[in-house]
Design a protein around this ligand. Structure first.
Ligand SMILES: Nc1ncnc2c1ncn2[C@@H]1O[C@H](COP(=O)(O)OP(=O)(O)OP(=O)(O)O)[C@@H](O)[C@H]1O
Ligand SMILES: [Mg+2]
Length: 347
């Protein structure tokens, strides 16, 4: 997937506040990315910069290889017209124009007016019967569909949507999401800001912002690999069983340099050892957590629980008072805090 959006060390300050802080990311052509993160984490600021409505304080953004910082005012206006379609949480429709006129106004901005095409755009979003309605005569979901028709009038390769379902009920949310999903299917690159985890999971990838920086999010496949690592740890480090090459994920881990051949056997590399140890810690802490807090047994087999979220293992471990073993009696690799607390206990 060639990159469509490349942001490098992007910062946007408002006085002393860093809305975006040295943010670097790449989004591929045709990708669907969900941008998530707490309120104030910089999501809208990022979309504003990508759409050319705002400028970074430092750093660069390229879209389709073009450095937005190097564009003149009129070139930037042309970029906005040709390349991006914007969908907002607030619909921003002109209240005294009908649905059709709102879409035709967007065409006018793109220096083209074609009534037939505007009608077709509204029909595509299921509003063929509502062409002459004013925004006040349309439901929230219908208004948002007018916005989508308006954003798409120029077939922009990049669609930026900021909480497009934030004001909608469940039915309209489903309609708007299926329209956006359809656009992604047709090859548009979609960057969608959302607070809703179930919407984020529909994207190919989630980018989570915290304080204007990237927060770690486990990508699909990554969790599965973590499970394989934990399982291999059990086999290689604890049960001393030979590992078969066909085991799923092993080839991938070898390619990533986490496993290597030594004396005809598979062993962890130093990096692999550290990652597998961390994976086992996260999995076994989750087992203890589930058993103690939900009073639910984590099953016969070790390693079946979804791991504790990355970055939270030390807090969870302290909350559980640094357990030494999982419910199946297998050791939980200690963290630095556990070792300190054990020393205190013994001293
Ligand atoms: N024009 C501005 N002037 C001053 N501060 C601003 C401006 N725009 C945004 N900010 C600040 O920058 C930070 C990031 O704002 P942004 O709107 O990007 O957050 P967000 O992640 O979209 O939040 P939400 O989920 O609430 O929409 C916030 O602290 C906000 O107050
Ligand atoms: Mg916002």
């Amino acid at each position: 997937m060639p990159p469509l959006v490349e942001a490098e060390a992007l910062s946007r300050r408002f006085g002393a506040l860093r809305a975006l802080d040295e943010l670097t990311l790449t989004i591929g052509e045709g990708e669907w990315v969900a941008i998530t993160g707490p309120s104030g984490s910089g999501k809208t600021t990022l979309l504003n910069i990508l759409s050319g409505l705002d400028h970074p304080t430092s750093g660069t953004v390229r879209v389709g290889g073009v450095d937005l910082g190097g564009l003149s005012r009129s070139e930037l206006a042309r970029y906005r017209q040709r390349t991006v379609g914007l969908v907002f949480q607030q619909f921003h429709l002109i209240p005294y124009l009908t649905a059709l006129e709102n879409v035709m106004l967007a065409q006018y901005v793109h220096s083209m007016t074609d009534r037939g095409e505007a009608e077709e755009a509204l029909r595509r979003v299921g509003l063929g019967e509502r062409l002459g309605h004013l925004p006040s005569q349309l439901s929230g979901g219908e208004q948002q569909r007018v916005c989508i028709a308006r954003a798409l009038i120029n077939q922009p390769p990049l669609i930026l949507a900021d909480e497009p379902t934030g004001n909608l009920d469940a039915v309209n949310e489903a309609i708007v999401m299926s329209l956006l999903g359809d656009l992604h299917q047709r090859g548009h690159t979609l960057i969608l800001v959302t607070h809703d985890a179930s919407i984020a999971t529909r994207a190919n990838r989630e980018i989570r912002l915290e304080h204007g920086r990237l927060a770690h999010v486990e990508q699909p496949g990554e969790l599965e690999l973590l499970g394989v690592l934990a399982e291999l740890w059990q086999l290689i480090e604890e049960d001393r069983e030979p590992v078969s090459i066909t085991r799923r994920g092993v080839a991938e881990l070898m390619a990533d340099g986490l496993l290597a051949f030594a004396d005809g056997k598979i062993a962890f590399t130093e990096r692999g050892h550290a990652q597998a140890r961390a994976a086992v810690r996260r999995v076994r802490l989750a087992e203890v957590l589930v058993e103690r807090t939900l009073a639910r047994s984590s099953g016969e087999e070790c390693g079946r629980e979804a791991p504790v979220a990355a970055g939270f293992e030390d807090q969870v471990c302290a909350f559980l008072d640094h357990p030494r073993t999982c419910p199946h009696g297998r050791p939980i690799p200690p963290g630095a805090d556990c070792i300190a607390s054990r020393r205190e206990g013994e001293g």
